[in-house]
Ligand binder design. Structure first.
Ligand SMILES: Nc1ncnc2c1ncn2[C@@H]1O[C@H](COP(=O)(O)OP(=O)(O)O)[C@@H](O)[C@H]1O
Ligand SMILES: [Mg+2]
Length: 225
């Protein structure tokens, strides 16, 4: 099992007046090569759940094993290392740096890993080619189209060949055509063996045939284990 959460709870600002219980007793198992959609209203806990799966922060209680590693047992710097090797993140507004070139945006996650400049370029060009945006490599990311930007964000999430891909409301700012295209790419990546978790309440995503399972998040709880 690539993602395995048992009785996971997350409390922000625990013990302080602004304490928020964001997740309660989450049991979730996702096997390799599957695609899951976390569906639920705003504030239900989807992003928090992605944060735990994505090794950004550990749960307040419970057990979370991501790619065979128990998060709670990993000291912070190992958690960061594990995240870089295991998780590719696609954010809602893509978090692309507009002044940097497309190439530099894609290779950004490799900088802390000590990958040589040559190897960085090789990997980036392979992805640019795969997504049909090689001709944009030296463009500032702020000057390319929305569809190209989306593919840059996906390429960046794949640059270290991470097995798990997480997307937080990736189509919230995209039109229907680009949202469909996003799911076509996700389906291809799933078929290539990636494990994908997408947080979204858009039918275009959760009704897509490539989604193996819809997990409904409500008030920090989920419907089924
Ligand atoms: N960093 C944070 N500090 C305090 N509360 C937070 C933080 N992030 C999220 N929350 C709260 O946790 C709950 C779940 O939020 P979130 O996981 O962002 O839900 P969703 O992604 O479904 O909108 C909400 O009540 C939200 O206000
Ligand atoms: Mg969210």
């Amino acid at each position: 099992m690539l993602i395995e959460l048992s009785e996971v709870s997350k409390i922000y600002n625990q013990g302080r007046p602004n304490e928020v219980r964001a997740l309660t007793d989450i049991d979730l198992r996702v096997e390799q090569g599957s695609m899951v959609c976390l569906k639920g209203p705003s504030g239900s806990g989807k992003s928090t759940l992605l944060g735990i799966i994505g090794c950004i922060f550990p749960p307040t209680s419970g057990r979370a094993a991501i790619a065979e590693k128990q998060m709670a047992r990993l000291p912070d710097r190992f958690l960061t290392l594990h995240r870089r090797e295991t998780i590719g993140f696609i954010f809602q507004r893509f978090n692309i740096l507009p002044e940097l070139t497309v190439l530099d945006n894609i290779t950004l996650p490799l900088l802390p890993l000590g990958v040589s400049p040559k190897e960085r370029r090789l990997r980036a060009h392979a992805l640019l080619e795969r997504f049909g945006i090689s001709h944009r490599a030296q463009f500032p990311a702020g000057q390319i189209s929305g569809g190209e930007l989306q593919r840059v964000a996906i390429a960046r999430a794949l640059i270290n060949n991470q097995p798990i891909l997480l997307a937080d409301e990736p189509t919230a700012h995209l039109d229907t055509v680009l949202s469909r295209e996003f799911m076509v790419i996700m389906q291809q990546l799933k078929e290539a063996g990636k494990t994908i978790v997408i947080a979204s309440h858009e039918p275009l995503i959760f009704e897509h045939p490539a989604i193996d399972r819809i997990v409904t998040v409500e008030d920090g709880r989920i419907n089924v284990p």
